[in-house]
Ligand binder design. Structure first.
Ligand SMILES: NC(=O)C1=CN([C@@H]2O[C@H](COP(=O)(O)OP(=O)(O)OC[C@H]3O[C@@H](n4cnc5c(N)ncnc54)[C@H](O)[C@@H]3O)[C@@H](O)[C@H]2O)C=CC1
Ligand SMILES: O=C(O)C(=O)COP(=O)(O)O
Length: 529
């Protein structure tokens, strides 16, 4: 039974999937302190959060069973990603579910600041009928500067056009071509801030975006402009903004997010007549909360059950078309690694993976993570190594991972050839996906083989002499070990050879020792896949 802890307020409708799963129990405990979380996290397999819970290294260290942290929302700045990656904890988010909601909140803020709605409301409900103090401005014919043209920024730009605004935008990934397609004018940050009547930011908070709007930018702005931050506190320098408001450069500002959340009661924004604020409500709609909760719940279930999942935040993203091509190979890749690691004597120093045939043209990095996972999990344990931390763990242990590609295959449409170099020996195993027949290992060291990669296997290296096969069969049979399949590979008659047996159950240790003592047998190795 998997245990899931929900430590922030997350939509019940959205996590219904988890409540309904027969292999999952859910505990809802919002508002716990770090210490309280450290005390209880050890019993949980998954943690679901929004932006309040700070998922620190201490919490992850205490989360010995923790496999996944699910963020029901976009920003993961409250989660220590390097600490998660190091421990193989998968971090996932729900990047799409909040987009429209946050875009609409940005508009609500932009219009509220243009028309002084919160200030006018406050006076009206206090019995003051003041129609003189709140002269607003139209959005029509104004320049809107959008910094960050990702999911939310692009939706804001699309809606701003309907208001008759002209949009000037900057994003490091925005090309002239795409800008033209979106109907926005591409500019540098300084060009945009100098021309805009309204500015809205939609970037993540990174060292580069921190204070991207600060004193030098306010100094070149049009007098009387208005500015909105519904992204992350700190993208706009709060102190520099206060100065700019007081100097009359900024006529109004609308902030949903703050450098410190919640802001201290004496934060200057909270009392300023030209600044309007909301308490990080960008994502707070019924629809968005359901969407993001459904999205993370689905991913968490897949991860807990060991099934293929969409992108993790702490793993490079895999485009859907690449994922579709690679997914069928993940199991084969991992089994190649797991098989050869069991066979190889000594400490593995180098993992060499060659992809050929149709795999030569695909970005195989995600598949390499599975191969490396297969290799490392033999010594480190399947619970410790996963596709998020496999490359990290290899690097940490000075195991070199080398990938090569060749177009030609030895008659197969696809081939993965894994070579493990240890301090004692070098072993090779190649596998393919055969159309209609599934995965097969087709070469072991220098021998052609045809092995279905599953179950219990015995790998016997021996000298090719008459009578050996019979003796092996007799010894196993007399010990109640049934042979399902048998393969013998050799390069030359009478030379070194290999025997690969699939057996219905793993033979007892003593039987394996007896096998190794038979004449002409060199080594016997048991492998389980
Ligand atoms: N107020 C709230 O409740 C919510 C806030 N957010 C925040 O909104 C922000 C945007 O979210 P999405 O659009 O979903 O993210 P996104 O990842 O789709 O877009 C972010 C964009 O910022 C761009 N960017 C990065 N560095 C930049 C720079 N130096 N200058 C200009 N652009 C830069 C990226 O290239 C990317 O296109 C995030 O910070 C997210 O955490 C998201 C949802 C709700
Ligand atoms: O999704 C995001 O990045 C947000 O900022 C929303 O945060 P929340 O889930 O409302 O705490």
């Amino acid at each position: 039974m998997y245990k899931v802890l929900v430590s922030d307020p997350i939509s019940d409708m959205g996590i219904q999937l988890l409540y309904d799963a027969s292999d999952v129990t859910v505990d809802k405990k919002p508002g716990l302190s770090e210490d309280e979380l450290v005390d209880i996290i050890g019993e949980y397999d998954a943690l679901l959060v929004r932006s309040q819970t700070r998922v620190t290294e201490r919490i992850m260290e205490a989360g010995k069973k923790l496999k996944v942290v699910g963020r029901a929302g976009v920003g993961v700045d409250n989660i220590d990603l390097p600490a998660a990656t190091k421990r193989g904890i998968i971090v996932i988010n729900a990047p799409d579910g909040n987009t429209i909601t946050t875009c609409e909140h940005t508009f609500a803020m932009m219009m509220a600041v243009a028309r002084h709605i919160p200030q006018a409301y406050a006076k009206t409900v206090n019995g003051v009928w003041d129609r003189k103090s709140f002269l607003g401005v139209e959005l029509r014919n104004k320049v809107l500067g959008v910094l960050g043209m990702g999911r939310i920024g692009s939706e804001v730009a699309a809606r701003a056009k309907a208001f008759g605004m002209s949009i000037h935008a900057y994003d490091p990934f925005l090309t002239e071509e795409r800008a033209e397609k979106l109907g926005v004018k591409l500019g540098t940050v300084n060009e945009i801030v100098a021309n805009a009547d309204f500015i809205t930011v939609h970037t993540p908070l990174t060292p580069e975006t921190r204070h991207m709007i600060s004193r030098p930018q306010f100094e070149i702005m049009k007098k009387g402009m208005r500015i909105v931050n519904c992204a992350r506190g700190g993208i706009i320098d709060e102190l520099a903004l206060m100065e700019a408001v007081d100097q009359g450069i900024v006529a109004g500002a609308a902030f949903d997010v703050f450098e410190e959340e919640p802001p201290r009661p004496d934060h200057p924004f909270l009392k300023h007549p030209q600044i309007i604020v909301t308490p990080h409500l960008g994502a707070s709609t019924v629809e968005a909360q359901e969407n993001v909760a459904i999205d993370v719940s689905e991913q968490v279930l897949l991860i807990l059950r060991g099934q293929a999942f969409k992108n993790a935040v702490n793993m490079p993203p895999v485009p859907a078309d690449v994922l579709n091509k690679l997914q069928p190979y993940f199991d084969l890749g991992e089994k190649l690694g797991h098989f050869l690691a069991q066979l190889t004597i000594g400490a593995v120093r180098e993992i060499h993976v060659n992809y050929s045939g149709e795999l030569a043209d695909v970005d195989t990095n995600p598949l390499t993570r599975y191969v490396v996972r297969g290799v490392l999990s033999h010594h480190l344990g399947g619970d410790v190594v996963n596709v998020v931390n496999s490359m990290h763990l290899a690097k940490e242990r000075d195991v070199q991972v080398v990938v090569s590609k060749t177009a030609a295959t030895k008659g197969f449409t696809n081939l993965i050839t894994l070579t493990l170099k240890s301090n004692k020996e070098e072993r090779l195993l190649a596998g393919t996906l055969l159309n209609g027949y599934g995965a097969r290992f087709v070469q072991l060291d220098q021998y052609p083989v045809d092995i279905s990669p599953e179950g219990n296997l015995l790998i016997i290296s021996h000298n090719d002499k008459p009578g050996i096969i019979g003796r092996v069969g007799t010894l196993l049979g007399s010990n109640e070990v049934n042979i399902a399949t048998m393969q013998v590979g050799r390069k030359i008659v009478g030379g070194a050879a290999i025997m690969v047996l699939t057996v219905d159950k793993q033979p007892a240790k003593i039987v394996v020792e007896e096998l190794a003592k038979l004449p002409e047998i060199i080594t016997v190795k048991e492998i389980t896949l």
